[in-house]
Design a binder for this molecule. Sequence first.
Ligand code: CP
Length: 304
Amino acid sequence: HRHLLGIEHLKPSDITAILDRADTFATTPDSRAVRKDSLAGLTQINMFFENSTRTQASFEIAGKRLGADVMNMAMQASSIKKGETLIDTALTLNAMHPDLLVVRHPNSGAVALLAQKVNCAVINAGDGKHEHPTQALLDALTIRRRKGRLQRLTVAICGDIAHSRVARSNIMLLGKMENRVRLVGPRTLMPPGIEKFGVEVTDDMETGLKDADVVMMLRLQRERMDGGFIPSEREYYHRFGLDAAKLSHAKPDAIVMHPGPMNRGVEIDGEIADDINRSVIQEQVEMGVAVRMAVLEMLGEGRG
Ligand code: CP
């Protein structure tokens, strides 16, 4: 593969190869960060047209730990503000001969369009409601390390599925690896026709969480709700917020995940988010660096 635009086009063996390589970056005998120079001499540009804390920081750290020259474009201060288009901006940066371009954009499909116009490797860091492949890969690595496998698990993905690229990428990845995926949330926040992806759908948390191995919570993406149904936070927390009572329906050793950013007291109780026996939220962030190192190194190979 020349780019990483989504999970959709990956085979199960591609996913396993990325996770295996990421594992080597996640584990050191003395818990220190792994550093290599496999991307020495390569230039990585991060272009984030949408806010980010975790993804942008971890791509920057990942590139630097592999020896790349990493540049973060401050898109708010760029000539996009003067009317330059996404494609013209990309062509301008392409003329400076980057090797790796990491792009987040609010429009679904924008990153794939950009990838057709440039001659470097492009990584999708989240495009609209479409895909967020490195998030699904870091979630998969976290699950595999905690559960010892990435097959035959029951995974409940809960909340605003309709607006979530994280949900889409996870549904595809977990399905390809032969897991049972349940989507739990209000009908109004469920994408029409999602059952065709082989998932079970329910609007009842008890049914959805019953005997789950993994409970993945998502935030309400108000910035993508264009005037449609917006639930009140109190009512939403009551019906769909993860608290101890709802979590008691999952397996006793079920892990709790959240891609972040999380809204405590809306989709998840703060105490559960902080419970080191159940929550793997900080481990997800840690695995984010390892997965992004693996993806950058695999796409950077042969470009040196
Ligand atoms: N999970 C995730 O993509 O977080 P950021 O928006 O902070 O990058």
